[in-house]
Ligand binder design. Sequence first.
Ligand code: 13P
Length: 249
Amino acid sequence: MSRKKIIAGNWKMNMTPSQAVELVNTLKPLVETEDADVVFCVPAIDIIPVIEAAKGSNIQVGAENMYYEDKGAYTGEISPAMLTDVGVKYVVLGHSERREYFAETNETVNKKMLKAFEYGITPIMCCGESLEQREQGVTMDFIRQQVKVGFLNVTVEQAKTAVIAYEPIWAIGTGKTATTEQAQEVCKAIRECIAEIYDEATAEAIRIQYGGSVNAVTAPELFAQPDIDGGLVGGAALKPDFGKIVNWK
Ligand code: 13P
C-alpha cells in the first residue's frame, strides 16, 4: 500500500495576518502538486485570512494547537469547533516547543488527540528526543512513551488517519538536520510501535513525517525513505523554498 506524502509547514509564531496573506499568494503557485497533501499550519489569528487567500488552491489549513474542551471558561484557548467552523482540517499537537514552554504533557496531548478525532480534525502529533536523551541511548524509550500515551483510547480507525511528526529537538531550528539514516531509523521504529499498539494494517496506513531543519536540499533524500511520509517544516516553510520541498521529486 502506498501512502500519500504529507508536507506541512509549521509557521510557529510568525506572520501577521497581512504578511500571511502575502506569503500564501507567493507560495500558492509554487506548492501545486498532486503527489502530496500540502498543509499550512498557521497562528490562530492567521487561520481565516489564510483560508480565504488559499481558496481554489491545493493548500489545506491547519492550526498549531487547540484545547481539549468543547467550550467554556478557558481564557485564551481555541476550541475544536472554532477550528472546524472555518474549515480547519489539521492540528499540530504536542510540538516540543509547546511541551517545553507551555507545559504540554503526554496526557494533555492525548486529551487533545481524542478531541481532535471527535471533531474530524486530523492531528499531527509531534514526538522527538532531546540531545541528552539521544546521548543517553533512551531515544526510542522516550518516543515510544510519547506515542503510546498520545494514542491512548484512540480507535484503530482513527489511528489509521493520524499523522505523527518525528522531530528530534536537537534538529529544530538549528540547521542541523538528522541524517537520513537517523530519521528513517526512528520513523521505522515509530511505525513498529503503532503495529504493536494496533496492527500491521494501521502501521501501514499511518503517515509519519520527519521535522527538524528540513530544507530544499535535505528534503529529497529524507522523503525517499520507506518510512518517511513527508515533513513538518518550520523555517523553510516561510520561504519560496517551501515550493521546492513540496515538489521534492
Ligand atoms: P525547523 O524546520 O525550523 O527546524 O522547525 C522544525 C519544526 O519544529 C517544525 O514543527
